[in-house]
Write a protein that binds this ligand. Structure first.
Ligand code: PMP
Length: 436
């Protein structure tokens, strides 16, 4: 990697420049909340591999479970032979699924699970349309990119995209400068209008939404909006599919992001990222009656539900329960939010400091202008400058949002009070260096 963060490789082949590197760090080893670079520096990791290393880097129990499983069987192809870790993971995941959601299908990545959910929704309903909510991120494969409206960079040049997708506005109170109540009423009206003007309710297979916006801006989705979608999908015989890939597994201070909305029971839950502390495994879960409407053999994959990843998943869920990490997410997240709000008070370039659990965002610029245009580019430059200044403070963060105006902070669920204090100090210093 050269000084500009470009991947230049070491011998006759190099990594593709299509990978955009957020930091120049090359990892030597990592532990808990820390990444130790080959440059000899110790970085506090508030990126967790984009919300993946839930139990921290290389949690001893996760490492032991994976090592043990490696010695037993690594690849037990699940449509050929079944293996114990997958049965155990399904059992453990079942403890956290809402009543009635009792059937699980495994894949490798968030995008693949999203594809599986689209297939399920269309086959189970015999309908074609999937409605997604603006600013949602669902992945980079064709179906997932077609559902993604968190920024044109995710779909530009990739078209034509999948047909049978329509997008409905997000209740974007901050950007629209409305109260949350007004924004929800506005967005639900627009959803009804979409069903009157483009997507006939009889052709609506599913509404697919993140219960907390991830890449689209680290924004909470108002519970009244989720309830409004639940009521409408039920009324029209469509499924409500929640993409919990980033918000699930304790990230927001509840096990699932949608648990912030009282009594909300979705039809399908998509999960990945934090479920196995970094091993690639993802899942969709739905009532068996719905899952059974997909032809046997139409869902599958060579690597899906890998045995080592599943064993790491069992260990991850065990650690989350035993160490009270959902509670830790809530408490440490609250401390971090308070610390950031205090330390960054009065900085006029910041328009919002928000967070639920350990999913926090600091937005720069004017929220009304962050929809695009030159002012949004200024806000994005500020956010990137802060993210880069954090690296100088040995703190790793990421940016997000449709125009890149938000710095997102994603500590592991094991983060300690001391690490929260250290991270807050480093972040505040980085911001002050940029804006003063
Ligand atoms: N859905 C959400 C909500 C995500 O945050 C992501 C990844 N950022 C995905 C889907 C896609 O997951 P993957 O990168 O594992 O394909």
């Amino acid at each position: 990697i050269d000084s500009g963060g470009t991947l230049i490789g070491m011998s006759s082949a190099a990594l593709s420049p299509a990978l955009k590197q957020a930091t120049p760090v090359v990892v030597d080893y990592a532990s808990g909340s820390w990444i130790h670079g080959t440059d000899g520096r110790d970085y506090l990791d508030f990126t967790t591999g984009i919300g993946v290393t839930s139990t921290g880097h290389c949690h001893p129990e996760v490492v032991a479970a994976a090592q043990e499983q490696c010695a037993k069987i690594i690849h037990a192809q699940y449509t050929t032979v079944m293996h114990q870790p997958l049965l155990a993971l399904t059992d453990k995941l079942g403890d956290h699924l809402p009543a009635g959601i009792d059937s699980v299908f495994y894949a490798n990545s968030g995008s693949e699970a999203v594809e599986a959910a689209v297939r399920l929704a269309r086959m189970a309903t015999g309908r074609q349309y999937i409605v997604t909510v603006q600013r949602g991120f669902h992945g980079r494969t064709v179906a997932a990119a077609s559902l993604t409206t968190a920024g044109t960079k995710f779909s530009a040049g990739f078209g034509p995209l999948m047909a049978g997708v329509a997008t409905t506005p997000f209740p974007d109170a901050l950007r629209l400068q409305m109260s949350e109540e007004e924004a929800v009423a506005h967005a639900l009206k627009e959803f009804d209008y979409l069903l009157a003007t483009r997507v006939h309710p009889d052709e609506l297979a599913a509404v697919l939404i993140e219960p907390f916006l991830g890449d689209g801006g680290y924004l909470a989705v108002p519970p009244a909006y989720l309830q409004g979608l639940r009521e409408r999908t039920r009324r029209h015989g469509a499924l409500l599919v929640l993409d919990e890939v980033q918000a699930g597994i304790g990230r927001t201070g509840e096990f699932w992001g949608h648990q912030h909305t009282a009594d909300l029971v979705p039809d399908v839950i998509i999960t990945a990222k934090g479920i196995a502390s970094g091993f690639p495994i993802s899942a969709i879960a739905a009532p068996e009656e719905i899952m059974a409407r997909v032809w046997p053999g139409s869902q599958g994959g060579t690597y899906g539900g890998n045995a080592v990843a599943a064993a790491a998943g069992v260990a991850t869920l065990g650690v989350i329960e035993r160490e009270g990490l959902v509670e830790n997410s809530r408490v440490r997240g609250g401390e971090l939010l308070d610390g950031l709000r205090t330390g960054l008070a009065g900085i006029e370039q910041i328009c919002d400091i928000r967070g639920t659990g350990l999913m926090l965002g600091v937005e720069f610029g004017d929220p009304a202008a962050n929809a695009g245009g030159p002012e949004a580019a200024d806000a994005a430059r500020l956010a990137t400058a802060v993210q880069q200044a954090c690296i100088d403070e040995d703190l790793l963060t990421l940016t997000c949002g449709p125009t890149g105006s938000i710095v997102r902070i994603i500590p592991p669920l094991v983060v300690t009070a001391e690490e929260v204090a250290t991270g807050t100090d480093r972040f505040v210093r980085a911001v002050r260096r940029v804006v003063e």
